[in-house]
Design a protein around this ligand. Structure first.
Ligand code: CAO
Length: 458
């Protein structure tokens, strides 16, 4: 699909010569050694197969040897059938460059495609390929150029990445066929720096700091049916980048728990009835289950301070304030407004503030400071459905509570099954800060508080 060099170009070892595309992958064929391209044997659009000759390269060693060789050596060098005398390459030596090539003044070596990296015999050129002195073609290790191993980028982009210390294995290509462009490298560096992950750039990426993922699959979806492409919203892009970082960098564990909220729900319904009964004299605020949950979480955070904390290097920063974030579903994507000082507010006040903040978020009018400073987050899907899920921790917080839809279930009270309203809870926590036993205690306590809200006072 692309010729990366032309005759006369000097190429370095491993420099890309041509790009090939199959239905499964796109890969670059690298020069197996440095030298000067004498001839390209393929053109854009050609179909090639294993064993096809790609290019003829005068090896750097040959040029050097020839320039150093005394004139009277030349004839003997030309006549020496050195190549045919060379032993076949060893099975475990897939990168074979015939040594004899270097001894000939018009030394040329052919680069051919060989998918069998462990093949004991060198691939034989097609009959149309004139082979100088019957030399076997130079093989390259197809294993080593599989897309997962060699990032698909032009030599200029490789050089650019090297200068910035970026390991291209971590960069997703957005150009045709998944090729990595200069802009992709720049975008990668910007993202790494803005997420504080400068270490992804540079050495750490190759010594265990990076994920070393294979490139994202590039699929031409239109080949399989009708499609429509829509750009992601700004908020989706921002929240997506944060969620991704949090998901891959925090060791998450999620504990599930069931809370019996039969009495609490009865109280909530009663409070809302009383408010309605005032004949519209109140401000119309409905007390929500989520507002009760905020209050219950504050009680649990006070009892288990490690959950109201953030990691700062090797130190744990314990917060003495209780700002609780809640996930709000907006037309533009997920946002997390924060209720400040929830420990000092009543349930009705929290419900009112939540309604206002959620409204601002949905209208795109929420200010950044109204989403900052959170200590712990709650993600409630209770109004929608589901049983349990795995919420992603909102870094630098260390835990998040996921809540699903309550349902009436038969619960054994020791003598009989009783219908109880059960709220499913899912707590994700950072295992660097919190241990499983502590998380189980947090959940059990939270469920106790929700079952008997008087415990909030203790
Ligand atoms: N179980 C059963 N019913 C519940 C419930 C629960 N756990 N939680 C809420 N409900 C009910 C409410 O009582 C309400 O019923 P009525 O209309 O009869 O009063 C209805 O569901 C709708 O509630 P709501 O969702 O409007 O209000 P809320 O206070 O529960 O939540 C807010 C507010 C902003 C959190 C919510 O609107 C929202 O955006 N939720 C989505 C959060 C989200 O996307 N999380 C995922 C993040 S990860 O992608």
């Amino acid at each position: 699909i692309e010729l990366l060099v032309k005759p006369g170009d000097a190429v370095k070892k491993d420099q890309g010569l041509v790009s090939l595309e199959s239905d499964k992958a796109t890969m670059e064929v690298p020069a197996p050694f440095g030298g000067v391209v004498k001839e390209l044997r393929i053109k854009v659009g050609d179909s090639v197969k294993e064993g096809s000759v790609v290019a003829i390269i005068e090896s750097g060693d040959a040029t050097e040897a020839a320039s150093k060789a005394p004139a009277n050596d030349e004839a003997s060098a030309v006549s020496a059938p050195a190549a045919t005398a060379q032993p076949a390459p060893a099975a475990d030596d897939p990168k074979v460059e015939p040594v004899s090539v270097a001894a000939q003044p018009d030394n040329i070596a052919q680069t051919s495609i060989d998918a069998q990296a462990g093949n004991a015999s060198p691939s034989v050129p097609t009959s149309s390929a004139p082979m100088g002195a019957g030399l076997p073609p130079v093989r390259f290790d197809a294993e080593a150029v599989l897309p997962g191993k060699v990032p698909y980028a032009s030599p200029a982009v490789r050089l650019f990445a090297r200068e910035l210390g970026v390991d291209l294995a971590h960069v997703a290509g957005s150009a045709r066929g998944g090729r990595i462009s200069r802009e992709d490298v720049q975008g990668f560096v910007k993202a790494a720096l803005s997420s504080g992950g400068g270490e992804v750039v540079g050495q750490a990426a190759t010594v265990g700091g990076g994920l070393n993922l294979i490139p994202w699959p590039k699929v031409d979806f239109a080949k399989f049916g009708e499609i429509e492409s829509r750009p992601l919203s700004r908020i989706k892009k921002l929240s997506g980048a944060n969620l991704h970082r949090n998901w891959v960098s925090i060791p998450h564990v999620t504990n599930h728990e069931d809370a019996d909220i039969t009495e609490l729900e009865a109280l909530r319904v009663q409070l809302n009835k009383e408010a309605e009964g005032k004949g519209g004299k109140g401000d119309g605020t409905k007390v929500t289950m989520l507002a009760f949950l905020v209050k219950a979480c504050v009680a649990a955070l006070q009892k288990f301070p490690n959950f109201n904390a953030s990691l700062d290097g090797d130190a744990l920063v314990l917060k003495k304030y209780f700002h609780i974030g809640f996930a709000a579903d907006t037309p533009n994507g997920l946002m997390v407004p924060v209720i400040r000082d929830a420990d000092r507010k009543g349930v009705t006040e929290i419900a009112k503030e939540m309604g206002e903040l959620a409204g601002l978020a949905r209208d795109g009018k929420i200010r950044p400071d109204q989403m900052q400073g959170g200590c712990f987050s709650i993600s409630s899907l209770g109004g929608i459905g589901g049983t349990y899920f795995t919420p992603i921790i909102n870094a630098p917080e260390v835990a998040i509570l996921g809540v699903c839809r309550s349902s009436t279930r038969p619960v054994w009270d020791g003598k009989q099954f009783m219908p109880r309203l059960i709220l499913p809870l899912s707590l994700s926590w950072d295992h660097r800060v919190i241990d499983g036993a502590e998380a189980a205690r947090f959940n059990a306590y939270l469920a106790q508080v929700l079952a008997d809200f008087r415990r909030v006072l203790l």
